[in-house]
Design a protein around this ligand. Structure first.
Ligand code: BT5
Length: 251
């Protein structure tokens, strides 16, 4: 195992079901982290809400297992930290492409999804026991359209957007360094600078959107992301704050 920025160790696996699942198993077995788990292949990569994550060869699948001494609401903000880290990596590898962040967790290149972030944890309201921060980056290739959920955002990769082909082994230390830099800001200054940096990259801010929630659909203007990380949407009947939804840009 080699040390990575932030003092984390690295566990490199040729194949695993999901690096997040591996993190959960290791946490249950007593691993304390910080540990980056990286795999060349995932046979059951996962996205949010039971969705799948496809991983063509040459892409990065990595999970940081940690035990942050943070209340759950603060730990959840690390999803924004991870998105900023992924955005930094994408910007460095594809300098000619436009990098943006689609709320809540989609790093985009030229408006298409080039990465994904999935936080999973165990613990209760009193505090979290462990946290797994999973980050997938399409370095080499995007999955074919037929492998993706119909109606979802289009997928792309660093290489498809004219960026530099970088091996996952070389991408991980860069991602870990970017994550650690933003995590240090979060530790020192809280969510405010993370939110500001995130908003500076926000895709579709000020535009009409449709937010599909688990129990309905809201439409309006995408006004802000608030100090709790919620999407702020101004609709005909006032302002709504949304904790979880899929966004669709209109007009
Ligand atoms: C995500 O979910 O974007 C979180 C993805 C996290 C993946 C990493 S890889 C390392 C770690 N180990 C894991 O098992 N997971 C994490 P969500 O926002 O729900 O997006 C999932 C949707 O994106 C799917 O329904 C597909 O339509 C689409 N999708 C699947 N694979 C993709 C890919 N490689 N690139 C772009 N879109 C993809």
């Amino acid at each position: 195992m080699t040390a990575l920025p932030g003092g984390a160790r690295r566990l490199a696996l040729p194949e695993v079901d999901s690096t997040n699942a591996e993190a959960a198993r290791r946490a249950a077995a007593g691993e304390r982290g910080p540990l980056w788990i990286v795999a060349q292949r995932q046979t059951a990569g996962r996205g949010r809400g039971g969705r799948g994550w496809e991983m063509p060869a040459g892409n990065l699948a990595a999970t940081l297992l940690m035990r942050p001494a943070l209340p759950p609401a603060r730990a959840a903000q690390l999803s924004f930290v991870a998105c900023l880290a992924a955005a930094d990596l994408l910007a460095a590898l594809a300098p000619a492409a436009r990098v943006s962040l689609k709320w809540p967790n989609d790093p985009l290149l030229n408006g298409s999804k080039a990465a994904g972030v999935l936080l999973e944890s165990s613990g209760g309201a009193g505090g979290i026991d462990w946290l797994a921060i999973g980050i997938g980056v399409n370095l080499a290739a995007a999955p074919p359209a037929e492998a993706l959920r119909p109606g979802g955002v289009r997928a792309t990769s660093v290489v498809a957007e004219g960026g530099r082909a970088l091996a996952p082994d070389e991408a991980l230390p860069r991602l870990a360094a970017a994550f650690e830099a933003w995590a240090a800001r979060h530790r020192a200054e809280g969510f405010a600078p993370i939110r500001a940096a995130w908003l500076a990259r926000a895709e579709g801010l000020g535009r009409p959107i449709e937010a599909r929630l688990p129990d309905g659909v809201l439409t309006g203007i995408y006004e802000d992301v608030d100090e709790h990380g919620r999407l702020v949407l101004r609709g005909a009947s006032g302002v709504s704050r949304v904790s979880a939804a899929d966004l669709f840009f209109q007009g």
